[in-house]
Design a protein. Structure first.
Length: 311
């Protein structure tokens, strides 16, 4: 059985936008991430997937619930020393390669910021040598070290962001829509780089995205979010072959196919949350319909999904 690196238990992130309004961005999400795997998290804009990632890494304090990293609670009271140690183990690659890099800092200083904070280099020479190695690791070269972010393309900037995340030798990386701002041809390069780094360094990823075809390519398992809830979680191939929740089916039906004739006749599946028509006494929770395949449903729907799986 693979080792659990991260356990997320009943995670909630509510934002008070003025009484009596409360935005439930993340509403009772539970899942595990295993060492060495990539868990994809997908859903439409505003579903709470990025907020989930930011709450896990503690950019937001959780409203409720637990985030356990190697059995240790991420949230709660921690000393500056404990926080520093935790921040080294868990890093984030941000969505916007333009806004996430300080335009007044050289590439060398951007990448070495974590090295400086954690004291990972004994002297300036070792610091620069480490920067050069990281640049080469992400497909850039050492001549780029003294340049500024505005001198690079979007794909190159995202590589700099990846190098910055790798600088402190983390075990777990949250990639928050790292390819959505890039051209399609560059997206594949960045995803292939992430896969290569995972193999070489034994990294674990939470890969947040809304491009379902790319998520399938990089992920071992995929979780689908809708309005702050995790509605389905399954191995990548299983989710695409046997989607169960109506929202997952709707998402998958929206993936364009590279065939004009097929696209012309293919039927999209609209999702209407009212189709469930739950009564007050029906308990909704994540239920395992087959090994490793979980769906957020009532007892009645659970029986229907089990019957579909058997067919």
């Amino acid at each position: 059985m693979p080792e659990k690196l991260l356990e997320i238990k009943n995670l909630k992130q509510y934002f008070n936008v003025g009484k009596p309004n409360m935005v439930k961005a993340v509403d009772g999400v539970t899942f595990d991430i295993y060492k060495g795997e990539t868990l994809g998290l997908v859903g439409e804009s505003g579903c709470g997937k990025s907020t989930t990632g930011r709450t896990i890494i503690r950019l937001y304090d959780a409203t409720e619930g637990e985030v356990l990293f190697k059995g240790e609670n991420v949230h709660g009271k921690k000393s500056p020393k404990e926080l520093k140690k935790f921040n080294r183990k868990m890093q984030m690659i941000f969505q916007d390669p333009y806004a996430s890099l300080n335009p007044r800092m050289t590439v060398a200083d951007i990448i070495a910021e974590g090295i400086d904070i954690h004291g990972l280099a004994k002297n300036k020479q070792e610091r620069m040598q480490r920067v050069y190695e990281l640049l080469e690791t992400v497909g850039l070269n050492k001549e780029h070290a003294n340049r500024y972010p505005h001198e690079f393309s979007g794909g190159q900037r995202q590589r700099i962001g990846i190098a910055r995340a790798l600088a402190v030798e983390p075990e777990f990386i949250i990639a928050d829509e790292p390819i959505s701002a890039l051209d399609v041809s560059i997206q594949a390069q960045v995803v292939n780089l992430l896969k290569k780094l995972q193999r070489e360094k034994g990294l674990t990823y939470l890969f947040i995205a809304h491009d379902l075809s790319m998520v399938k390519y990089i992920s071992d398992r995929i979780g689908v979010m809708y309005f702050g809830k995790l509605v389905e979680l399954a191995p990548a191939n299983e989710l695409y072959k046997n989607p169960m929740h109506p929202y997952t089916k709707s998402l998958l039906s929206a993936i364009p196919l590279p065939d004009p004739e097929t696209e012309r006749t293919r039927r999209r599946i609209p999702y209407d949350p009212r189709v469930h028509n739950y009564s007050d006494d029906e308990q909704l929770k994540m239920r395992e319909i087959s090994p490793g395949h979980f769906v957020y449903c009532s007892e009645k729907e659970f029986a229907q999904y089990k019957a579909q799986i058997k067919k």
